[in-house]
Design a protein around this ligand. Structure first.
Ligand SMILES: CC(C)(COP(=O)(O)OP(=O)(O)OC[C@H]1O[C@@H](n2cnc3c(N)ncnc32)[C@H](O)[C@@H]1OP(=O)(O)O)[C@@H](O)C(=O)NCCC(=O)NCCS
Length: 172
């Protein structure tokens, strides 16, 4: 059985200023940030989101087979917790190169970081930190104080990324 690493961020305690330089550097290098709501939740953009998510998910340890497009739409998009404003996108010269998707879970009283991914050629430049800064702002603006996530214990880069942002082990 997998012993998942369950992490949570106290949004009120998050220090935006410490991560703003990552956003600035990415923008200076030609990366643009937007949301699926801003770009339009269209069939074409849903397909682009699926392709990006599938490519990045191939690097998650023991992820297994990814959804078909139809299953992805049914199980990840056309669900009440999906909000296109919570899908932060990084693009460069029109190419979708990074994403961070967050759902709001009113019954649990928290937001959940569903998937953060950056295409391999763009990794190691702080792009995930810029994406998550914007995701955390989405969570704060929606009035939520807790952002949770969980990772496979061998997903060292994702666990390190979140700890770098201040995520701590979930209580209990
Ligand atoms: C996890 C992922 C999103 C990180 O994206 P990235 O843009 O390369 O990460 P960044 O350059 O912003 O690095 C952020 C921090 O994460 C940590 N980190 C990133 N890659 C790491 C690696 N390979 N090993 C150890 N730590 C790493 C570091 O702490 C880094 O901060 P620092 O450079 O200031 O020390 C990317 O590796 C990815 O897409 N992986 C596949 C998909 C996935 O596993 N997603 C998470 C599941 S939802």
């Amino acid at each position: 059985m997998v012993d998942w690493v369950r992490l949570e961020l106290d949004v009120a305690g998050f220090d935006d200023a410490a991560f703003e330089p990552y956003l600035g550097r990415a923008r200076a290098s030609g990366v643009e940030f937007s949301t699926l709501a801003e770009l339009g939740d269209t069939p074409e953009h849903r397909r682009a989101l699926y392709d990006l998510n599938r490519t990045c998910s191939a690097d998650i340890p023991e992820r297994g087979e990814f959804y078909t497009y139809e299953a992805y739409v049914a199980q990840r998009i056309e669900v009440p917790s999906f909000d296109p404003a919570g899908v932060i996108l990084a693009t460069r010269e029109g190419e979708w190169i990074g994403m961070s998707s967050t759902s709001l879970q009113p019954a649990k009283g928290l937001a959940f970081s569903e998937m953060t991914g950056v295409l391999a050629p763009y990794r190691g430049r702080g792009l995930s930190l810029a994406l998550k800064l914007l995701a955390i702002r989405f969570v704060r603006a929606a009035g939520y104080g807790r952002l949770a996530t969980f990772h496979h214990p061998r997903n060292a880069s994702a666990i390190a990324m979140n700890r770098r942002l201040g995520f701590a082990d979930q209580a209990g």
